[in-house]
Write a protein that binds this ligand. Structure first.
Ligand code: HEC
Ligand code: HEC
Length: 280
């Protein structure tokens, strides 16, 4: 009896540690919330590999941008939130940037926060494996217009491009000198599980269908996951590492609770479905 109880306690402790490791996003480890009232600095980022003091920064509300740039920055913010309304001629489906970049990308990634764009201005130009050349931030966001939004590239001299670059520069400007931006990008799920689309269909039916629909068609305020109105087959979301990581961290919306294996399975199922073809 005594041995059994000890064993149970040990097993519980190990399970808790495993759960904590799996649920702590690797990117969050260098970023601490240091608290403070509205208007003061909230976060601290520290690279343990250098001896620089930690950098303190805040997430910046676009409404607080300086007067002379305010309208341009707010226009960019509204394009992110309601892309179909404010950049209609460049969008070919029923998505908005915000469907994947929650809060218009003004988050630090991780659970429930979508794909962050805070600091992207500091990261470009940079080499893109997909394009096999160095690309600008304008090129990068146009990749999302052409692939994720199944639409057309914004001209570099358009007002929409100017506004989006100004918005991204605004939400990035406090971290331009940060030693690292660990919240950017989707880290692949740490698991050796071989994704199984048949199992994924079961996950879809029990955890996703209620919102995204029987045929992945979405609904009012819910974006589609496949079919003619979804991202195209050239989108980053149409790859297993990105889709499974996004789903693991963010879905079901507001309550992400899938195991890594279920997230990989359901991603394989969604990727097996038809969607528009990307024409370069
Ligand atoms: C409670 C409703 C709800 C459930 C359940 C749900 N989602 Fe979502 N999903 C959303 C909403 C809402 C968004 C868009 C978020 C936004 O715009 O802020 C979204 C966005 C997405 C996106 C990115 C945008 C797109 O359409 O490609 C993917 C991928 C996704 N969900 C997959 C899933 C998967 C897989 C499941 C099941 C594990 C799931 N969702 C369960 C509501 C839901
Ligand atoms: C269907 C989901 C989806 C939609 C919709 C979407 N994106 Fe993205 N976006 C992604 C993914 C996936 C990445 C790559 C993340 C990574 O690097 O792991 C990305 C990356 C980016 C990046 C580069 C981020 C970095 O860290 O280098 C920018 C900038 C960007 N998107 C802008 C936009 C804009 C602007 C829109 C709307 C016009 C948009 N995205 C719509 C999924 C989406």
């Amino acid at each position: 009896m005594g041995k059994l109880a000890l064993f149970a306690v040990l097993a519980l402790a190990i399970a808790t540690i495993v759960w904590l490791v799996l649920n702590t996003h690797p990117k969050e480890q260098y970023v601490d919330i240091v608290g403070g009232d509205t208007g003061s600095r909230y976060y601290e980022i520290d690279d343990p590999h250098d001896d620089q003091p930690p950098l303190h920064f805040d997430l910046l509300d676009p409404e607080t941008a300086p007067e002379d740039k305010l309208n341009t920055i707010l226009y960019g913010y509204h394009i992110m939130l309601d892309t179909r309304k404010h950049a209609a001629e460049y969008v070919g489906n029923t998505l908005d940037c915000n469907c994947c970049h929650f809060n218009a990308g003004n988050t630090l990634g991780g659970k429930n926060r979508g794909i962050s764009l805070v600091g992207v201005t500091a990261m470009y130009p940079k080499f893109s494996k997909r394009d096999n050349k160095e690309i600008s931030l304008a090129d990068r966001l146009n990749n999302c217009f052409r692939r994720s939004m199944n639409g057309k590239a914004l001209p570099n001299d358009s007002l929409e491009m100017e506004a989006l670059l100004a918005y991204l520069a605004w939400i990035s400007h406090e971290v331009m000198d940060a030693p690292m931006l660990p919240w950017l990008g989707l880290e692949p799920i740490p698991s050796n599980h071989i994704p199984n689309p048949e199992e994924g269909q079961k996950v879809y039916e029990s955890c996703c269908q209620i919102c995204h629909g029987r045929n992945g068609e979405g609904g009012t305020k819910i974006p589609p996951l496949w079919g003619p109105q979804s991202f195209n087959d050239g989108a980053g979301m149409n790859t297993l590492p990105a889709l499974s990581a996004f789903v693991w961290l963010n879905m079901p919306h507001g309550q992400p609770n899938l195991t890594p294996e279920a997230a990989l399975d359901v991603a394989a199922y969604v990727i097996s479905k038809p969607r528009p073809h990307f024409n370069p």
